[in-house]
Ligand binder design. Structure first.
Ligand SMILES: NC(=O)c1ccc[n+]([C@@H]2O[C@H](COP(=O)([O-])OP(=O)(O)OC[C@H]3O[C@@H](n4cnc5c(N)ncnc54)[C@H](O)[C@@H]3O)[C@@H](O)[C@H]2O)c1
Length: 346
């Protein structure tokens, strides 16, 4: 049994972490902390267990083996490092950290502590992405030449547990990144995983097209990110992340190979479609991806618990998330300087 403390009881904790721990027979939630005591109290009322009055108090509880870090972005690194120092395993939400230096410190601290550090990159575990990875490895679409991947929806201000334009997602000091850190991070992680190559060169434009803060001013963060990525063995592609795809979410990835095309979450009925060079089409009817409105089981919590109990490597490791953050920061730098930037992960 792995005993868990929840740090941050907002939306992602409530729709993903808490329900998936409750479904896992080898996990038990020991207690909750949120800076809103009332919110943490609501969790205790609903699910039992205890309330902590600071995250430090939670981390000092010897009963706790692991924690979910579900607070705003700027706190991920500090809370994770403190948790690892207290000998806890950590499942931290994405984006892993707000600086590369902090992301590296998190990985180093996990290695020093000999504890697991996972980052909540749930997209890797969806049925269509898992099947896509297997089919790519079997060589179904040949060698991949190029790709386009996108993740966009109408923005986080209606998602957050504290909704509206005053959300922390729109504040630079709390979020540090806009759509690139909120949504782009998922696709960067995914595309490197699917193709099995790291992104090495980035040309990007991050813009603020529509989102406004509570005072009616444009937010000081990107609400759209448009990026060209080049990979270590020459694959090139585009990644777009957007908070202004109003009306419907787009979570699609298209891979163009020497033997055909693979479209993931792009067909209205089939989550995976392969079109071979001669025109033959193959459809795979797999479960659809989680959307803001429709949350299905992500599998992230099971992966966290199993990787602890089996003491094994995981596709959601801090090291892999670090390679994603290198691309995020390179994209931000490219947009700032107007130049192509080489990704630095070391
Ligand atoms: N993996 C995914 O697909 C996914 C989806 C959504 C959010 N997230 C990430 O999860 C994290 C939380 O996002 P959310 O959607 O739950 O946001 P939210 O606004 O719904 O909730 C944030 C919670 O954190 C609490 N909080 C803020 N500062 C705190 C502090 N100093 N100490 C303790 N609690 C504090 C707030 O009171 C609130 O309950 C973010 O980093 C976000 O990027 C990941």
């Amino acid at each position: 049994m792995v005993k868990i403390g929840i740090i941050g009881c907002g939306k992602i904790a409530q729709v993903r972490h808490i329900p998936e721990y409750l479904q896992n027979e080898r996990a038990q939630i020991v207690g909750f902390y949120d800076r809103s005591e009332q919110r943490a109290q609501e969790m205790v009322k609903k699910y039992g267990s205890k309330i902590y009055h600071s995250y430090e108090e939670l981390l000092e509880d010897p009963e706790i083996d692991g924690v979910s870090v579900c607070v705003a972005n700027h706190l991920h690194a500090q809370v994770t490092i403190d948790a690892l120092k207290q000998g806890k395993h950590v499942l931290c939400e994405k984006p892993m950290a707000t600086t590369m230096e902090d992301a590296k410190k998190m990985v180093a601290e996990a290695q020093k502590a000999g504890k697991k550090l996972l980052v909540g990159h749930n997209q890797l575990l969806t049925p269509a992405h898992k099947r896509a990875k297997a089919l790519i490895e079997e060589g179904l679409i040949g060698e991949i030449l190029s790709f386009r991947t996108t993740f966009g929806h109408g923005g986080p201000e209606s998602w957050s547990i504290d909704p509206g334009p005053n959300t922390w997602f729109f504040k630079k000091d709390a979020a540090a990144m806009g759509a690139i850190g909120d949504l782009g991070v998922h696709k960067i992680y995914l595309i490197q995983h699917l193709i099995g190559q790291k992104i090495t060169e980035v040309t990007a434009k991050l813009v603020t097209l529509d989102k406004q803060d509570a005072s009616g001013q444009p937010i000081a963060l990107d609400d759209n990110a448009l990026c060209i990525y080049e990979m270590e063995r020459g694959v090139v592609g585009t990644m777009t992340a957007s908070w202004t795809y109003y009306g419907a979410e787009d979570n699609s990835t298209i891979l163009y190979g020497t033997k055909g095309i693979m479209r993931i979450y792009d067909h209205p009925e089939y989550s995976l479609e392969v079109i071979l060079k001669a025109g033959e089409k193959v459809y795979y009817d797999l479960e659809s991806i989680q959307t803001n409105e429709q949350q299905t089981k992500s599998g992230v919590i099971d992966e966290f618990i199993e990787s602890i109990l089996e003491d094994r490597e995981t596709v959601l490791s801090g090291e892999k998330a670090l390679a994603t953050m290198g691309v995020v920061f390179a994209s931000m730098e490219s947009s700032r300087t107007g130049k192509t930037v080489t990704v630095k992960n070391e």
